[in-house]
Write a protein that binds this ligand. Structure first.
Ligand SMILES: Cc1ncc(COP(=O)(O)O)c(C=O)c1O
Length: 398
C-alpha cells in the first residue's frame, strides 16, 4: 500500500506538520486535507484557471477537462453507471435539498415519506418543508436506546403509500450504520424512491450505488478529505431526467428566449451558474487519495480503532456512550455525556454539539459531546481523549 494508516499518515497532511501536537477528533464535522488536494487546487490556480464549459481557449479547455475528470473519478468511486449521473453541488446539505425539492414535485397530496429518527437536519428539514408544500405525510423508523433502528415492524411501516425513503447511511451522532441492505429492497418493492444521506458514511464505508440499489445519494467533499464548498448528488439517470431543476441559469440552460427556456441534460441540468471549479478538482484528488488507500483497508483499520475506542471510553468513570456497543454496527464516531457535566464544558476543556436535535430528545439529553476518528488517528489519539476526559472530570465533577 502507498500509504500507511494511523500516525504515519499525518505526514501527508500539512496541518499536522504545522501543529505537531494536534490531536484532531472532529472528523465527523470536517476532516483535514492531504497535500495532494492542496497541490491539485494550487496547480489549477497557477497554471490553468478559467471558467469551465464556456471558453474555447486552451486554459478554459484544460480547466474543463480537469473538472470533468473529477466527475469520472467520483462516478468510478461510487460505481455509478455513467458520469452523467454525478452532479456537483455546494455540499451534502444542498444535494439533499435538491433531492427533496425535486422528488417532492413528483408526489401527490397524502403520499408518505419515510425517514429515520437518526436523520441529520439536512435530511429531515427539507422533507418537513416539502411536506407542508405538497401535503405529504412524514413517518419515522424509530431508534432504540442503543441508537439502532427498530426494524421489528418495518413491514407495517413501509407500505404502498410510501413514496420516498430518505435515510442516512451512518448517523453523525451515534455512528450507527443503518441496515440499507434490508431497507432499500423493501422500499423499492413498495415502489418508493430511495435517497441516501452518505455525508458521514463516505469517509468510512465503501459505497456502491448499483449494489445498494438506491435512486439518489448525497455527500460532501470536505468529509472525505476534499475541500469545503463542493458536494455530490448522484442520481439514476432516468430519474434525473424526470426531475425538476432546483436552480436556473448558466450552463443548465439549453435554449432560451425572452418568453421561455429549455434545459440541458443531466448533469448540467442541475449545475446552474459557475460551479466550485477548484473545489471539484480538489475533490477529485481527495478521491484518488482514498482509492489509493482502498475502502476495505479503511474499514478494517477503523473497525479496530472503533473497538479500541469503545473499550477505552467505557473505562472513563461517569461517561455514558451513545450508540451501538458493537464496532461492526457503527463508525468511529463517539457521542457521549458525562454525569454532572454540561457537554459544552467538556468540549471547551477538550478544546474541541452537532446537528440532530430531535435525536438528542429521543435519548433524553439536551446535547452530547462528540469525538470522531478517521484514518490519520491512532490509539495514541484515543489515549489523549481519555486523558482529556479524566481531566475534565477532575475539574468539573470532583
Ligand atoms: C449525516 C449528515 N448529513 C448531512 C450533513 C450535512 O453536510 P454539510 O454540512 O457538508 O452539507 C452532515 C454534516 O455534518 C452529516 O453528518
Amino acid at each position: 500500500m502507498k500509504y500507511q494508516l494511523g500516525k504515519t499518515l499525518k505526514e501527508e497532511f500539512p496541518i499536522f506538520i504545522h501543529h505537531r501536537d494536534l490531536v484532531f477528533l472532529d472528523n465527523a464535522a470536517s476532516c483535514q486535507k492531504p497535500k495532494v488536494v492542496l497541490e491539485a487546487m494550487d496547480k489549477l490556480y497557477r497554471t490553468s484557471y478559467a471558467n469551465v464549459h464556456r471558453g474555447v481557449y486552451s486554459i478554459s479547455e484544460a480547466a474543463t477537462n480537469m473538472y470533468e475528470e473529477s466527475r469520472v473519478m467520483v462516478a468510478k468511486f461510487i460505481n455509478a453507471k455513467t458520469e452523467a449521473e454525478v452532479i456537483f453541488t455546494r455540499n451534502a446539505t444542498e444535494a439533499l435539498n435538491v433531492a427533496a425539492f425535486s422528488v417532492a414535485e413528483l408526489l401527490q397530496p397524502g403520499d408518505e415519506v419515510l425517514l429515520t429518527q437518526l436523520e441529520h437536519h439536512a435530511s429531515l428539514v427539507p422533507w418537513q418543508m416539502a411536506a407542508k408544500k405538497h401535503q405529504l405525510k412524514l413517518n419515522f423508523i424509530p431508534v432504540n436506546s442503543e441508537g439502532r433502528l427498530e426494524l421489528e415492524n418495518i413491514d407495517k411501516i413501509i407500505t404502498p403509500r410510501t413514496k420516498v425513503l430518505a435515510i442516512t447511511a451512518m448517523s453523525n451522532v451515534t455512528g450507527t450504520v443503518t441496515e440499507l441492505d434490508v431497507l432499500i429492497p423493501k422500499a423499492k418493492a413498495a415502489g418508493a424512491i430511495v435517497i441516501i444521506d452518505a455525508a458521514q458514511a463516505v469517509q468510512h464505508l465503501p459505497l456502491d450505488v448499483q449494489a445498494l440499489g438506491c435512486d439518489l445519494l448525497a455527500f460532501s467533499g470536505h468529509k472525505i478529505f476534499g475541500p469545503s464548498g463542493v458536494g455530490v448528488l448522484w442520481g439514476k439517470l432516468d430519474l434525473l431526467q424526470k426531475l425538476e431543476p432546483f436552480e436556473y441559469g448558466g450552463n443548465m440552460i439549453s435554449e432560451v428566449s425572452y418568453a421561455t427556456a429549455s434545459f440541458a441534460e443531466p448533469p448540467a441540468k442541475f449545475e446552474a451558474g459557475t460551479p466550485p471549479i477548484a473545489e471539484v478538482i480538489g475533490l477529485g484528488a481527495a478521491i484518488k487519495f482514498v482509492q489509493e488507500i482502498g475502502s476495505e483497508a479503511i474499514l478494517e483499520y477503523e473497525n479496530d480503532l472503533t473497538a479500541y475506542g469503545l473499550e477505552q471510553l467505557k473505562k472513563v468513570p461517569g461517561l455514558r456512550l451513545i450508540g451501538p456497543a458493537d464496532q461492526h454496527l457503527r463508525g468511529p464516531v463517539f457521542a457521549f455525556v458525562m454525569e454532572g457535566v454540561h457537554p459544552h464544558d467538556i468540549a471547551s476543556i477538550l478544546d474541541g454539539g452537532h446537528c440532530a436535535m430531535p435525536l438528542h430528545k429521543r435519548f433524553g439529553i439536551p446535547a452530547t459531546t462528540r469525538a470522531s476518528f478517521t484514518i490519520y488517528n491512532s490509539e495514541e489519539d484515543v489515549g489523549a481523549l481519555v486523558a482529556g476526559l479524566n481531566k475534565a472530570r477532575q475539574l468539573l465533577v470532583m
